[in-house]
Design a protein around this ligand. Structure first.
Ligand code: VGL
Ligand code: ZN
Length: 183
């Protein structure tokens, strides 16, 4: 597969078995790895939640979440099975500003300061496949922004994990009604 990028969202330890462990995360990671091995998508882009220790989304600052994906901690690392596929230039970090919540991968930047949209456009990619964690937050918001920017978007439904089962179902329905292909 040449012209179809895979975007892997937040498959980071805190969302898998850490402070914000999501339902079906182990299955989502295993299925993502199997998909990569079978389909060999190229390029593979990674979105990474990446917070300072005093981020406004954390409970101590009045936010909704426990501390998670703090810079330099294990919880912020990509799962070891997927890490070999991650390239720095194709990794987009979001949530670095203490005052701002960023659920969408579109708000992230790679170490060179480029956005996901810029890099996809530079690579002349218009079709993307999305998977990751959490369905109702980062995956849902990233899918919405991709659609608005004109990309054709498919979501790997067996490669998702979520905070809440009802929220997951609702997010899938919303994405489908907006034009995401669920595969
Ligand atoms: C996310 C909760 C907290 C996400 C990020 O990216 O899905 N969820 N921070
Ligand atoms: Zn976060």
């Amino acid at each position: 597969m040449k012209d179809c990028a895979l975007i892997v969202v937040d498959m980071l330890y805190d969302f898998i078995d850490g402070s914000l462990a999501c339902q079906e995360a182990d299955k989502a990671v295993a299925n993502t790895l199997a998909y990569i091995k079978a389909e060999k998508p190229s390029p593979i882009l990674f979105v990474r939640d990446h917070h300072p220790a005093n981020h406004s989304s954390f409970a101590a600052q009045g936010g909704p979440w426990p501390p998670h994906c703090v810079w330099g901690t294990h919880g912020a690392d990509i799962h070891v099975d997927l890490a070999p596929y991650a390239d720095d230039d194709l990794s987009f970090f979001k949530g670095e500003d203490p005052a701002t919540e960023q659920y969408s991968g579109f708000e992230g930047k790679n170490p060179a300061g480029q956005s996901l949209q810029e890099v996809l456009q530079l690579m002349e990619i218009d079709k993307v496949i999305l998977c990751g964690i959490a369905t109702e937050y980062c995956v849902r918001n990233t899918a919405g922004d991709l659609l608005k920017a004109g990309f054709k978007v498919s979501v790997l439904r067996d490669c998702l994990a979520y905070v809440d089962a009802e929220g997951h179902k609702k997010a899938l329905e919303e994405m489908a009604s907006e034009g995401v292909r669920l595969i």
